[in-house]
Design a binder for this molecule. Structure first.
Ligand SMILES: [Zn+2]
Length: 372
């Protein structure tokens, strides 16, 4: 493991795990600033009071002792506990050990160098902007700077896409007020892009550039599906981003890469394998063994997922189908709900296929909605 940073320790070290590991008595209490750990022994070697006067806030990652008055963050706590004094190097190494013991995995970063090749995107700025700011639209959806960088999102304020029509005449297509979502092939080459409307007023939520190949043959973020044996497949780009965000919060899920199918359908049958099923076959060659499908919580989407699961199972994958709440996509529920759906996913078998086709898990809710 690479040397951990202070921020990683503050963010990722699980205090309850650490206290249990060190057999330090503690209990959970709910204070004004969220969950507090009330700890029996003060970590400060100069104090070590044992009358339950030490508190540690889970949310803010800070604690203090009401006897000696000393306050501490996680790193300082570990330093105190082991009485490391000024040997912070040792404390960092210890924190690294604790993180490893708790099963820590770093959040996945973009793994593959991308090339823009022949595709010239409309004039736009990479997100976050050079001054570190981000679009409120994205922030409100929980998509911060890290997610923007990971997906190489761009903000197009006034840009145009230039292309030639069937007669070879130069034409333009307006991408103003859109987030550009680049679509790379598995080797990291930019193939096309989507423009997601920011105004909420455009009749076209997604705009696709004329003349470029359709997204339907690619897998969004498929180029980052390396060094993993498991991918989870959402539909649209924001679903994939929401899944990535949810998985980042659970270190047991960080080895899984979220990819997008761009719709409730897997393309197949191209003679040269230039379709989504062909790309899944390439991912299999890279070591991917399991695919979890997480499409919208709807009758039709589930039927489509069963079709896709059957095809992928035929390629030799273990395919799991995750059920989101009725009429929700990953972008419309909390990370917790995404993770629950993932953990509870069902492995596709012919028997499951028949069962769900006969009794669609969403049928009752769909019927109730129609009746209402
Ligand atoms: Zn103390």
């Amino acid at each position: 493991m690479a040397r951990v940073s202070f921020d990683q320790i503050q963010e990722e070290l699980d205090m309850e795990f650490f206290l249990e590991r060190e057999s330090i008595s503690f209990r959970e209490t709910r204070g004004t600033s969220g969950i507090q750990l009330n700890i029996k022994t003060c970590p400060n070697p100069a104090c070590r009071d044992e009358r339950w006067r030490t508190y540690f806030g889970i949310e803010n990652g800070k604690g203090n002792c009401f006897v000696c008055g000393v306050s501490f963050n996680k790193l300082q706590y570990v330093n105190f506990h082991f009485d490391h004094g000024d040997t912070w190097r040792t404390t960092f190494a210890t924190c690294e050990e604790i993180l490893r013991d708790q099963g820590y995995r770093p959040k996945r970063q973009a793994m593959v160098q991308v090339v823009h090749g022949d595709v010239v995107l409309p004039v736009s700025d990479p997100l976050p902007l050079p001054d570190g700011s981000n679009l409120a639209y994205l922030e409100q959806r929980g998509f911060g700077a890290d997610i923007c960088r990971y997906f190489e999102l761009r903000w197009c304020q006034f840009g145009w896409w230039k292309f030639k029509d069937a007669d070879g005449k130069a034409q333009t297509q307006n991408f103003a007020d859109r987030v550009l979502i680049p679509v790379f092939d598995l080797d990291g080459t930019l193939k096309t892009f989507q423009g997601r409307d920011l105004t909420g007023t455009s009749p076209k939520k997604y705009l696709f550039p004329m003349e470029l190949p359709g997204t339907g043959r690619y897998l969004l973020n498929g180029h980052n599906a390396v060094a993993t044996d498991h991918v989870v497949m959402g539909e649209g780009a924001f679903d994939v981003a929401a899944i990535k965000l949810a998985f980042d919060e659970d270190s047991a899920l960080r080895n899984i890469v979220a990819v997008g199918s761009f719709g409730k359908h897997l393309s197949y049958g191209a003679p040269d394998g230039d379709d989504q099923l062909g790309r899944f076959l390439q991912l299999k060659g890279r070591g991917v063994k399991t695919v979890t499908i997480m499409w919208d919580g709807e009758v039709a989407a589930l039927l489509a997922a069963l079709d896709a699961a059957k095809k992928l199972t035929g390629l030799g994958f273990t395919v799991r189908v995750a059920l989101l709440p009725f009429e929700k996509d990953p972008n419309e529920v909390t990370g917790d709900v995404v993770r629950k759906a993932f953990y509870a996913a069902t492995v596709w078998t012919p028997a499951v296929d028949i069962k769900w086709r006969l009794r669609n898990p969403y049928a009752a809710e769909a019927k109730a909605k129609t009746a209402a």
